[in-house]
Design a protein around this ligand. Structure first.
Ligand code: PXL
Length: 286
């Protein structure tokens, strides 16, 4: 049966990220996707000035209550950028309301990058986000978010294996049994992610070529591709590699095209590749 995911992120009208990335990627992977917008902006908040910001905090409880009344099953609840501090508690309640026993709750603790908290958040936001991560089965922080979730100072790469693996284990103590940490590199022209499954005690790495430059929305591209892989039955290490390759491919196209990096990455032409990989994985399953 077709999987059904609820994606809980903002809509940034321009500058591909959050729902304008999650919806096309999950749909292309054959996943039925319902969206719950946390805020509506004219652009994302990174690199643009003068953007509009409509916070939808007050709409979320009724939005979720209506969905609940429709008696639908969700295979995954996937949260990303939240519109306000109050939404941390509201989304936590929404997870409780909408989850079934077999629902994967995936929290991408979108709040920071490059050692900096996003300008729209207050310094107490990471502590609140750590609480929301406690509700998840899978969390997907970048290196900055990981440090902030643990109340540690941000460290720049290259990283050491021991540091990455200590972070993975510490992040799992927040409550999620699976952790995927992005922005991992050991200094050899590669960039990727590390994944950890607490119950098996297993750590795996996934790398691709490191492409210089800072590209917006790549965390959301990564998270959406990761979830697409998981929903289509890939084990966590394979889904992590798929997400790394899909994100790297999208960045490579953007760099080659010379697109203004604020507008997000050219993931659209990578979508057929995503479908091919998923079809291959499906055949291997049968
Ligand atoms: O991609 C993360 C993200 C999502 N949504 C909004 C953002 C950002 C990052 O800056 O500003 C509105």
């Amino acid at each position: 049966m077709q999987k059904h995911v609820a994606a809980i992120h903002d809509i940034s009208g321009m500058g591909k990220c959050s729902l304008t990335v999650a919806l096309p990627i999950l749909s292309a992977a054959g996943i039925r996707t319902s969206i719950m917008p946390t805020a509506v902006l004219s652009t994302h908040t990174g690199g643009f000035t003068g953007f509009t910001y409509r916070d939808l905090t007050d709409d979320l409880p009724a939005f979720a209550a209506h969905w609940k009344s429709l008696n639908v099953h969700f295979d995954a609840l996937y949260s990303g950028f939240l519109g306000s501090f109050a939404q941390l508690g509201i989304v936590s309640d929404i997870f409780d309301l909408l989850r079934a026993d077999d629902t994967l709750v995936m929290v991408d603790p979108v709040m920071a990058d490059n050692g900096e908290l996003y300008s729209v958040y207050t310094p107490d936001f990471p502590k609140g986000m750590a609480g929301l991560c406690g509700k998840a089965g899978l969390i997907v922080p970048n290196m900055t978010e990981a440090a902030f979730l643990l109340g540690e100072p941000y460290r720049e790469g290259p990283y050491e294996r021991a540091y990455v693996e200590r972070m993975l284990r510490a992040l799992a103590t927040l409550g999620a049994s699976r952790v995927v940490l992005t922005g991992v590199w050991f200094g050899d022209g590669q960039l990727g992610a590390a994944c950890y499954e607490k119950n098996a005690g297993a750590i795996a790495y996934a790398f691709n070529e490191k492409i210089e430059g800072y590209y917006h929305g790549t965390g959301d591209v990564f998270g959406s591709a990761l979830l697409a892989g998981l929903m289509r039955g890939l084990p966590l290490p394979s889904a992590t590699q798929l997400a790394v390759d899909f994100t790297a491919g999208s960045i490579r196209r953007t760099k080659a095209a010379g697109t203004d990096i604020r507008f997000g990455v050219d993931f659209e032409e990578e979508l057929p590749l995503l479908q091919t990989v998923l079809e291959t994985a499906k055949k291997a399953e049968n």
